[in-house]
Design a protein around this ligand. Structure first.
Ligand SMILES: [Zn+2]
Ligand SMILES: [Zn+2]
Length: 416
């Protein structure tokens, strides 16, 4: 088995690992660099198959371009199909709006839809000669998967993005039993994440205080997973009647078709029943007339209704922002936290209302990353999908524990 690392090497974005086995070439993910300048990973085929871990664009963004010259089957879980389609189509809409050249054509998108093969968790699929795989739940977003790839002699486990411990939306990741080779994400290898129960309590207390003092709590949320989790967190904390707007509402609709991919469809349905969807401009104006809670996309304030509400609340001073996920450098969310400004179509805007960050991360904490490596006990470990210091330090610490570990660079190839 030979591995070629095309992306997510000492960075987050462009996830793409090639496996060469018995004359076949298979890709694990084919993503794009999402922020600043969106840029799909560059690889040249032909490939026999792509195994897609989950819908996020840093893993799926290059899938349509791979269909340009010949059809390539793409395997993923059932909810990943509509979720990836939604995110890919939205990314092209945003690119066009900003005057960027589209990364793929409608024809390529159609080809991708035609060649996508949804498969359930825990079933073995033969995809090429001497190559089969199975998925298990990664606990990261609905439909996310850990891949166990079986070659002629070795088993490679690719974690994709995963969360080992449970959240309100997911049970924790369902790890395969063992691995000869492990390709692991490294996002939080240097950081412990806050205790979820305490985080939820602090978050609800903060939101409640804001509403009780007559202001609006603006909660920017990622559309897939975070919007739904935050709805459940608020409902469990006794805060009902939140307004929701943006792509997150579409995702709520999609998830209702795949109840088995979240841990409590009833809890989500209850939270949704007690929320209010903003569908018209008139409603959008009205919600700001009284204190309340608004959950809106985009999660990093780079456009969408969340940015619109921020601009409006900044004029009146009657609001507070609750960021609920990691804010990538170069995004409005990060600018707001570090410099108190955001970029709008009219230039930089000084924000005078308060903003707080609550890390509802969908990734594994440092402890859990190490626990997983120890549990799978692989001969070789490759640390990817983290910023440069995180990938390097993770590999270094694993070597100190006796594992053969490295943080590959883009383009590097290894015999596994
Ligand atoms: Zn992800
Ligand atoms: Zn990712």
């Amino acid at each position: 088995m030979k591995l070629v690392f095309h992306g997510a090497c000492r960075e987050i974005g462009r996830s793409c690992i090639e496996i060469q086995e018995g004359g076949s070439r298979v890709l694990l993910d084919a993503g794009m660099k999402v922020h600043d300048h969106a840029e799909p990973v560059r690889v040249s085929g032909p490939f026999d198959a792509v195994i897609l871990s989950h819908a996020h664009l840093d893993h799926s963004g290059a899938l349509p371009t791979l269909q340009r010259h010949r059809p390539v089957p793409v395997y993923c879980t059932f909810p990943t199909v509509p979720l990836a389609t939604l995110l890919l189509e939205d990314s092209e809409k945003v690119a066009m709006k900003r005057g960027h050249t589209p990364h793929f054509s409608a024809r390529e998108m159609k080809a991708l839809e035609k060649n996508t093969i949804p498969v359930p968790y825990r079933n073995e699929y033969e995809i090429a000669e001497e190559a089969s795989f199975s998925f298990s739940d990664a606990g990261h977003i609905p439909g996310s998967a850990i891949t166990a790839f079986h070659g002629s002699e070795k088993t490679l486990v690719y974690t994709g993005d995963y969360k080992l411990s449970p959240t309100r939306l997911h049970a924790g990741a369902d790890l395969p039993k063992a691995a000869d080779v492990l390709v692991t994400e490294s996002t939080y290898s240097e950081k412990e994440l806050p205790d979820r129960k305490k985080l939820e309590r602090d978050f609800c207390d903060g939101v409640r205080d804001v509403v009780e003092s007559g202001l609006t709590a603006l909660i920017p949320c990622f559309a897939v997973g975070r919007t739904q989790e935050i709805l459940q967190v608020l409902e469990a904390g006794g805060i009902t009647g939140a307004w929701i707007q943006g792509m997150g509402t579409k995702v709520c609709g999609i998830l209702s078709d795949y109840p088995s991919y979240i841990s409590s469809p009833r809890a989500l349905a209850k939270a949704l029943d007690e929320s209010r969807f903003i569908e018209t401009r008139k409603q959008a104006r009205k919600v700001l007339e009284e204190p309340g809670v608004i959950i809106a996309t985009a999660g990093m304030l780079d456009g969408g209704p969340a940015l619109g509400y921020l601009i409006e609340l900044n004029k009146t001073g009657k609001g507070k922002v609750f960021l609920t996920g990691f804010q990538v450098p170069g995004t409005n969310g990060r600018r707001l936290l570090e410099e108190g400004v955001v970029k709008t179509e009219r230039g930089r805007l000084k924000i005078n209302i308060a903003a707080e960050f609550y890390n509802f991360s969908a990734h594994s904490s440092r402890d859990d990353l190490f626990k997983t490596v120890e549990r799978l006990s692989p001969e070789k470990v490759f640390c990817i999908h983290g910023d440069e210091p995180a990938c390097i330090a993770f590999a270094e610490e694993l070597r100190e524990k006796g594992f053969e570990a490295r943080a590959p660079q883009a383009g590097e190839a290894f015999e596994a």
